[in-house]
Design a protein around this ligand. Structure first.
Ligand SMILES: Nc1nc2c(c(=O)[nH]1)N[C@H]1C(S)=C(S)[C@@H](COP(=O)(O)O)O[C@H]1N2
Ligand SMILES: [Mo]
Length: 163
């Protein structure tokens, strides 16, 4: 009996520990041909780039990670010449661990339309991101206010506005 209680207590303690861990994947879904659950290892193996954005105080920070366009390529999102007609009403909903959410139109992230490269970052200065903002965050260059540089990203969903 004692052993049973000990085992049950151990299981509960380990379950609580797992529940407290920050989510270490980013789910990519919605209007995609291949839904993804990206891990840190997946991002490390993808083509990598850097992006610089100013924080709220106006100081620039350069982060490393993977361009959203690369993630979209892997997931099978309409890009380039396929981004026309109804697909021009597609938008990208990015959700975070604290339930903060931001939206981009798919067009404003497409390399056939803009040179701006938005990344899903996992490193700054060669180090993993701190718990308060990581493990994954968006870096959106060229915005006056960093409101869309969202922290602790948990999912990226492609949605169709015009039905
Ligand atoms: N997950 C998450 N990311 C977020 C926010 C938030 O509330 N939750 N606030 C945003 C806003 S409104 C701003 S101005 C910046 C502030 O970031 P900084 O203090 O690092 O400049 O974070 C953005 N990213
Ligand atoms: Mo803000």
């Amino acid at each position: 009996m004692k052993l049973l209680i000990t085992v049950a207590a151990l299981i509960l303690v380990s379950m609580a520990a797992v529940a407290q861990q920050p989510q270490s994947t980013v789910a990519v879904g919605g209007e995609v041909t291949t839904p993804l659950t990206l891990t840190a290892a997946d991002l490390a193996a993808m083509p990598r780039t850097t992006a610089t954005a100013k924080d709220k105080q106006g100081f620039p920070h350069t982060f490393a990670g993977v361009a959203l366009s690369e993630i979209f390529k892997k997931a099978g999102v309409t890009t380039g010449k396929d981004l026309r007609g109804k697909n021009m009403t597609k938008y990208v909903l990015v959700s975070c661990a604290d339930n903060y959410q931001v939206v981009f139109s798919l067009a404003e992230l497409d390399s056939s339309i803009t040179d701006r490269v938005v990344i899903l970052a996992d490193q700054e200065g060669g180090q993993p991101l701190p718990a308060a903002t990581g493990p994954f965050r968006l870096v959106v260059p060229g915005e006056k206010k960093p409101a869309r540089n969202c922290y602790k990203v948990t999912s990226i969903d492609i949605k169709l506005a015009g039905k």
